[in-house]
Design a protein around this ligand. Structure first.
Ligand code: ISE
Length: 336
């Protein structure tokens, strides 16, 4: 059976998903594309012989669409996710699920009302091979308990419409989810430190920042979010355990050695860096949706990460490293 997928959001991420579904993965087909910019939707739809729509609402209502892939901005996710749930269609929603915990709660309520887990949140780092090996090392406890995790999230640059809040709800949210998954603990406290700003940024932006988090057992996580570093897309993560550490290796496969230096090419975007992880994530989702079952991160994961975001934003707004508690509702049975 082929899963007929409708894509909402014809920007860079959406196009990368179309590319992989049409050319690299199996079992799925893009049959419709929606974007507020109808011309962009038409351009992508034409390439795959699908229909184009000017809104997510029309796409979700199309009876030929079996499942929905959402790749728009986080702040506009909620209405389309809820519509897909109400239509009984599986939905893979790019992170963040929504930009406030309140919106995520509404999504969870709609899903519980539907009586079936239909929403998968696109936290693709859980599908990255290096992170998988790192997690296995932590889980094995060969080196003892984890005490700290050091993360670095660096982007070469960001567009002018990127806001300071996005450093948390669009960028650090990856480490927030990854660290919940790596440690299998909720994050209970967070603060945001603001170092000297880089001059290589738009005036309105606070950059870099360091998000410091503590888990239930006290594991301390620090995340340097530095989105105008110039040299490349660089993701680092080191777990410090009682008797040693484990960290992600370099992602570039080939080193050049000469009398002057040892060099390797530096990755420039998340689409390249996490290409294989995205492929694994989307393939697993296609397989599961075709068999009428849920897979991957749930709305609860999207909600829990967004609660940390809300607390971190409060700390960022204080501009004085205020330590803020993360408030979560009790996890509904439905998501356990
Ligand atoms: C973007 O949306 C991503 O998901 C990237 O992984 C991240 O590095 C970037 O900062 C985000 O804007």
């Amino acid at each position: 059976m082929t899963l007929n997928i409708g894509l909402i959001g014809a920007g860079g991420m959406g196009r990368a998903h179309v590319e992989r579904i049409e050319n690299e993965l199996t079992g799925g087909k893009i049959v419709a594309v929606a974007d507020l910019n109808l011309d962009a939707a038409k351009e992508v739809a034409e390439k795959v012989g699908g229909k184009a729509y000017g809104s997510g609402e029309e796409l979700i209502a199309d009876p030929n669409v079996d499942a929905v892939l959402i790749a728009t901005f986080g702040r506009v996710h909620k209405p389309d996710v809820i519509r897909a749930i109400e239509a009984g269609k599986y939905v893979l929603c790019e992170k963040p699920l929504a930009t406030t915990a309140e919106d995520c709660r509404e999504i969870m309520e709609a899903e519980q009302k539907a009586g079936k887990k239909l929403v998968t949140v696109g936290f693709m780092r859980r599908f990255d091979q290096s992170y998988g090996i790192l997690k296995a090392k932590m889980d094995s406890k060969d080196l003892g308990e984890t005490t700290m995790v050091h993360c670095r999230h660096r982007n070469p640059t960001v567009p002018e419409n990127y806001l300071s809040s996005m450093a948390i709800d669009d960028t650090a949210i990856h480490e927030i989810d990854t660290c919940r998954w790596l440690t299998e603990e909720e994050i209970v406290k967070v603060r945001v430190d603001i170092p000297r700003s880089t001059s290589y940024k738009f005036e309105h932006l606070t950059d870099p920042i360091v998000v410091v988090m503590y888990t239930e057992s006290g594991i301390r996580i620090d995340d340097e979010v530095n989105v105008n570093i110039g040299y490349g897309y660089d993701i680092q993560c080191e777990a410090v355990m009682e008797q040693g550490t484990a960290y992600l290796g370099d992602q570039e496969k080939v080193y050049v050695r000469s009398s002057q230096e040892r060099t390797n090419a530096i990755c420039q975007s998340h689409i390249d860096r996490f290409h294989d992880a995205f492929n694994r994530e989307v393939q697993q989702w296609i397989n599961a949706a075709s068999e009428d079952r849920h897979t991957g991160s749930s709305s609860w994961d999207g909600y829990a990460a967004t609660c940390v975001v809300d607390a971190a934003l409060e700390s960022l707004e204080s501009r004085e490293s205020k330590l803020v508690s993360v408030e979560l509702i009790e996890q509904p049975e439905f998501y356990k």
